[in-house]
Design a protein around this ligand. Structure first.
Ligand code: NAD
Length: 255
């Protein structure tokens, strides 16, 4: 039976954990051949093995997505395994929580590198092959934080604002070469990242209690709910959807 991504080659950054892991499993189940790019210390190899054991196709290409040489090597490894990449999910990202005046320059640079430079490096490495393949779909993980600021998150919010616009700008520049590019923008998710964020904000007295989360978005988002939104944007079902921001936040930003 044909899946929604049959015939696609998908590279998922951060594909070994959180929503990236959910996407690796879901995209493979929908017929994509999946390249998982994540840190060497991640569970990437085991995730790829589990997907293969379940009858899917996946390889793990370890890389720190903020390092140019490692990104290029990982993209080439996925292309060598499966051919040109036609779906790119730029998902890897990290968090910083703390008072703006205590934010160190090194922390600023690190977050910008992992959350923003990574999208530049990954997209630049993938696009030539994607164009040669006749086109493709890029999905970038932004956040509610791109449009709704949280105290203690100036740095993180700034990186997500950049991801938000990166997706739109790529969509415009490459529309006539068969490339679609969109962003998914989740609210608080039940992943390591989400739990670290809630714990960090609580330490600074920001109300992210269960009741506050329930008031803002009903409940925590499940990782697969982000993966399903990314799947739609990655698939041909979204053939006329490009340059958009798909909020996966149960109306957090609709208020
Ligand atoms: P997660 O922390 O559960 O998973 C992130 C994955 O990225 C991990 O497998 C990790 O190893 C990998 N990763 C981290 N740094 C990397 C690097 N330098 N190179 C390669 N891989 C790296 O997180 P998640 O909840 O899936 O969130 C990840 C993305 O989702 C980020 O872009 C984040 O901004 C965004 N997001 C998360 C939330 C949330 O509440 N969790 C909300 C909105 C947006």
């Amino acid at each position: 039976m044909a899946g929604r991504l049959t015939g696609k080659v998908a590279l998922i950054s951060g594909g070994a954990g959180g929503c990236g892991l959910a996407a690796s499993e879901l995209f493979a189940a929908e017929g994509a051949r999946v390249g998982i790019v994540d840190l060497p210390s991640s569970r990437g190899a085991a995730v790829a093995e589990a997907i293969r054991a379940a009858g899917g196709e996946a390889v793990f290409a370890p890389a720190d997505v903020s390092v140019s040489g490692e990104v290029t090597a990982a993209v080439r490894a996925v292309e060598a395994a499966f051919g040109n990449i036609t779906v790119l999910f730029n998902h890897a990202g990290i968090l910083a929580v703390g008072p703006f005046l205590e934010t160190e320059e090194a922390e600023w640079d690190r977050l910008m590198a992992v959350n923003v430079r990574s999208m530049f490096l990954m997209t630049k490495a993938v696009l030539p092959g994607m164009i040669a393949a006749g086109g493709g779909s890029i999905v970038c993980t932004s956040s509610i934080s791109a449009v709704a600021a949280t105290p203690m998150e100036v740095l993180y919010d700034t990186t997500k604002g950049a991801c938000h616009m990166f997706a739109r700008a790529i969509a415009v520049e490459f529309r006539d070469r068969g490339i679609r590019c969109n962003a998914v923008c989740p609210g608080f998710i039940a992943t390591d990242h989400g739990r670290r964020e809630i714990a960090g904000l609580s330490r600074y007295g920001i109300d992210v209690s269960d009741a506050a989360i329930a008031a803002q978005q009903g409940r925590l988002c499940e990782p697969v709910e982000v993966a399903r939104a990314a799947l739609f944007l990655a698939s041909d079902e979204a053939s006329f959807v490009s340059g958009t921001h798909l909020f996966v936040d149960n109306a957090f930003t609709a208020v």
